[in-house]
Design a protein around this ligand. Structure first.
Ligand SMILES: C[S@@+](CC[C@H](N)C(=O)[O-])C[C@H]1O[C@@H](n2cnc3c(N)ncnc32)[C@H](O)[C@@H]1O
Length: 179
């Protein structure tokens, strides 16, 4: 019995380590946003893109932020992508058992899906690192009317608005407008 428990624990630890390594390779670890950030992000979307019927999230992580946005905007469709296998599976379970039916989750690279025209929305939000935002800045300039970035700046661009969260990690929301 103890051996089985140890094996399960080892499996879970390896799966989490793998997931973090995978996410670092792809640009951002699956770290949850703080409750204040979620609230501020929702306020930012209400302020700048109140009439959008679809919101895209790049990177669902474990799915917490997605369900918060789905709950806050029950009349909007939330499309979210996750590129890392373990967070994807956990998000999938999370959404399956949540009461919010306005979420669509895809496995894979959100930037590729945007460039291929598979999804479209006026509002796109993300919590990704500076290097990824720099390498994907051309894709980000082409899609979505408003981009809502948690904490990190998009290289070479000035946000039209910055909304402070006043949380302990000072994770402000930066809003960018595409032409
Ligand atoms: C910092 S977490 C943010 C999770 C959630 N959005 C939040 O704010 O709580 C970033 C997530 O984005 C995912 N990710 C990174 N690049 C991606 C891409 N190109 N397409 C889809 N997901 C991506 C990572 O695997 C990670 O789970």
């Amino acid at each position: 019995m103890i051996k089985i428990l140890l094996l399960i624990t080892a499996f879970i630890l390896v799966a989490f380590a793998f997931s973090f390594i995978f996410s670092f390779i792809f640009g951002a670890p699956p770290i949850n946003s703080t409750p204040k950030t979620k609230k501020t992000m929702a306020e930012a979307i209400k302020k700048h893109a109140p009439n959008t019927d679809t919101i895209i999230e790049i990177g669902s992580g474990w799915g917490d932020f997605t369900t918060y946005i789905a709950k806050t905007f029950p009349d909007k469709q939330i499309i979210t992508f996750e590129v890392s296998p373990l967070p994807y599976l956990i998000s999938k379970l999370h959404f399956k058992f949540s009461k919010y039916k306005n979420i669509t989750l895809y496995y894979g690279d959100a930037f590729k899906a945007l460039d291929e025209g598979k999804v479209k929305a006026d509002a796109i939000f993300f919590y990704l690192c500076t290097a990824l935002l720099k390498s994907k800045r051309e894709t980000l300039a082409k899609h979505g009317k408003y981009l809502f970035s948690h904490t990190y700046k998009i290289y070479g661009r000035e946000p039209i608005d910055v909304i402070k969260t006043h949380d302990y990690i000072r994770s402000d929301i930066l809003i960018y407008k595409n032409d």
